[in-house]
Design a protein around this ligand. Structure first.
Ligand SMILES: *[C@@H]1O[C@H](CO)[C@@H](O)[C@H](O)[C@H]1NC(C)=O
Ligand SMILES: *[C@@H]1O[C@H](CO)[C@@H](O)[C@H](O)[C@H]1NC(C)=O
Ligand SMILES: *[C@@H]1O[C@H](CO)[C@@H](O)[C@H](O)[C@H]1NC(C)=O
Ligand SMILES: *[C@@H]1O[C@H](CO)[C@@H](O)[C@H](O)[C@H]1NC(C)=O
Ligand SMILES: *[C@@H]1O[C@H](CO)[C@@H](O)[C@H](O)[C@H]1NC(C)=O
Ligand SMILES: *[C@@H]1O[C@H](CO)[C@@H](O)[C@H](O)[C@H]1NC(C)=O
Ligand SMILES: *[C@@H]1O[C@H](CO)[C@@H](O)[C@H](O)[C@H]1NC(C)=O
Ligand SMILES: *[C@@H]1O[C@H](CO)[C@@H](O)[C@H](O)[C@H]1NC(C)=O
Ligand SMILES: *[C@@H]1O[C@H](CO)[C@@H](O)[C@H](O)[C@H]1NC(C)=O
Ligand SMILES: *[C@@H]1O[C@H](CO)[C@@H](O)[C@H](O)[C@H]1NC(C)=O
Ligand SMILES: *[C@@H]1O[C@H](CO)[C@@H](O)[C@H](O)[C@H]1NC(C)=O
Ligand SMILES: *[C@@H]1O[C@H](CO)[C@@H](O)[C@H](O)[C@H]1NC(C)=O
Length: 397
């Protein structure tokens, strides 16, 4: 008799008893770890956390933000166990409701150099296999990177256990004096993508109005950006909405400009990832006045996270093209306070002629406000249109 194979699998699953997984949190010698660190569990299985010495939690987070409580997620709260207690350890139990990954961390000493999560105290149920984007190895590495960042910030501030805000929640710029808005909250979405004859699963950060994670084609679309056209200190268009695999092609015109990756909090300084990897940089692209040959430089968009860029050229008076508003963005969240205009205004505030420490404010001065040209308007409409699609993805979380 013929049965569809999926029915056979369901029947087999139903006959299996729900399992109980015992996880040790901490240890008698003070280890900052969950043991085991990662398990695979079926729907209906239970995970029991056994809290040992010290004062730990089992708090649900997300792949994108390993050391931050997930909104609406579970949280054991703090379980203090004195060093001389040898049994009757407190427990906390969760039930596995579906096969999606569950990410967990210890919330002790959150956002300080002593963060347990930052020391790698994380745990996962049904994470991706090693080698996949959402593997346990990648999750733990990102928790450890947060720990490094917290330690670096604390030692820079000379306050070893002070509370240090992370980039996403920074309220002051990375240099100069300016208050900046918090980053819009992201949600991590796992979707199966089919493009042409290929299908794969992708995990990405989705923001309100993010473009789809689905590439337009295997080769991607090409977004051409004119740099310094007609002697302007501007990128045209000033920002683009791009999907993964799309290419942003910068075409350099007369003068001597760059397209250099930065970050929202430090708009006119080169970007560096938490692990020390530098950001993208075209380098200087000098173009003679009489030239009709315009060099290009490309970046490939890999996800839907915002990317921020500036021109690092300085003017003879010591101020910079960046401070004059020569900045660019890929996928800025236009509906949030960290929109393109906010980024450009911050660049002018921190590096413009009026910035503290800037050289005499003679000459040019205020940056021209960005003209939302045809391409940019299309981008906004695109973002709104695809937002609806993303809402559907988000409910699959
Ligand atoms: C600490 O405890 C862990 C888990 O019980 C054990 O694997 C490790 O060997 C211990 N380390 C020391 C130094 O006792
Ligand atoms: C456990 O840690 C939390 C957070 O640091 C703290 O508020 C609480 O007082 C601690 N409990 C004990 C008994 O030390
Ligand atoms: C642990 O030590 C505290 C204070 O030193 C004492 O009050 C308590 O009774 C001890 N608990 C056990 C289980 O020995
Ligand atoms: C499973 O569902 C129950 C009931 O809705 C909920 O209390 C629990 O937190 C869920 N478990 C997880 C791991 O989200
Ligand atoms: C550049 O100048 C030319 C000639 O004045 C004009 O046709 C063109 O529209 C200008 N381009 C931009 C991007 O301003
Ligand atoms: C382009 O600008 C950089 C930095 O100001 C400078 O070092 C380089 O010599 C310039 N190139 C040309 C050809 O002017
Ligand atoms: C541009 O001008 C320079 C110097 O005036 C000259 O050497 C060069 O051949 C010119 N190039 C073109 C493409 O006309
Ligand atoms: C940038 O991409 C475009 C479109 O694929 C291509 O034509 C161009 O040669 C690329 N430029 C560079 C410098 O790779
Ligand atoms: C996208 O990924 C490729 C390959 O890993 C990398 O070379 C490129 O720099 C990435 N693009 C960005 C904008 O980070
Ligand atoms: C912007 O200002 C900061 C702080 O003064 C400085 O370190 C940086 O080099 C400036 N950026 C540019 C492109 O001039
Ligand atoms: C864009 O950012 C600016 C500055 O943060 C803010 O005043 C404005 O309301 C933002 N726009 C939107 C649509 O949120
Ligand atoms: C810069 O300072 C001058 C003089 O104080 C002022 O008139 C001008 O509005 C300022 N520009 C900006 C962009 O703040």
């Amino acid at each position: 008799m013929f049965f569809p194979s999926s029915l056979l699998v369901l029947a087999a699953a139903a006959s299996v008893q729900a399992a109980i997984y015992d996880i040790t949190v901490g240890s008698s010698n003070g280890t900052l770890a969950f043991s085991p660190e990662a398990i695979a569990a079926n729907v209906g299985d239970q995970v029991v956390f056994h809290f040992q010495q010290k004062n730990h939690t089992a708090t649900q987070s997300s792949f994108a933000a390993p050391c931050s409580p997930m909104e609406g997620g579970f949280d054991s709260g703090f379980n203090f166990v004195p060093a001389n207690q040898t049994d009757n350890f407190p427990t906390y139990t969760i039930t596995v409701n579906d096969t999606k990954p569950i990410w967990v961390f210890c919330d002790q000493a959150a956002n300080t150099a002593a963060s347990h999560c930052g020391a790698g105290m994380v745990f996962a149920v049904n994470c991706g296999a090693d080698g996949s984007a959402n593997s346990f190895t990648n999750f733990k590495a990102s928790a450890l990177a947060i720990g490094q960042q917290l330690k670096a910030s604390a030692s820079a501030a000379g306050t070893p256990s002070a509370t240090v805000p992370l980039d996403a929640s920074l309220t002051t710029a990375a240099y100069g004096t300016a208050t900046i808005p918090a980053a819009p909250s992201e949600s991590v979405v796992t979707v199966t993508v089919t493009v042409e004859a290929s299908t794969w699963t992708t995990v990405y950060s989705s923001y309100p109005g993010s473009p789809a994670a689905t590439p337009a084609s295997l080769a991607g679309n090409v977004h051409v950006v004119q740099v310094g056209n007609n002697g302007t200190l501007a990128y045209d268009p000033p920002f683009v909405v791009a999907q993964p695999r799309d290419i942003v092609q910068f075409v350099f015109h007369q003068k001597n400009h760059t397209a250099t990756q930065s970050s929202f909090a430090a708009p006119c300084l080169p970007f560096m990832a938490a692990d020390g990897t530098p950001g993208a940089d075209s380098g200087f692209m000098p173009v003679a006045d009489n030239s009709t040959d315009f060099p290009s430089w490309n970046i490939t968009v890999n996800d839907t996270n915002p990317l921020w860029f500036y021109c690092k050229q300085k003017k003879p008076d010591g101020t910079s093209h960046c401070g004059a508003g020569m900045v660019f963005a890929v996928n800025p969240v236009q509906s949030s306070a960290r929109n393109f205009t906010a980024f450009q205004t911050l660049a002018a505030t921190l590096n413009g002629t009026n910035a503290t420490g800037a050289v005499s404010p003679s000459g040019s001065g205020v940056p021209a406000p960005s003209t939302t040209g045809a391409a940019a308007s299309v981008g906004v409409n695109l973002a709104l249109g695809l937002g609806a699609v993303l809402t559907v993805f988000a409910t699959m979380l």
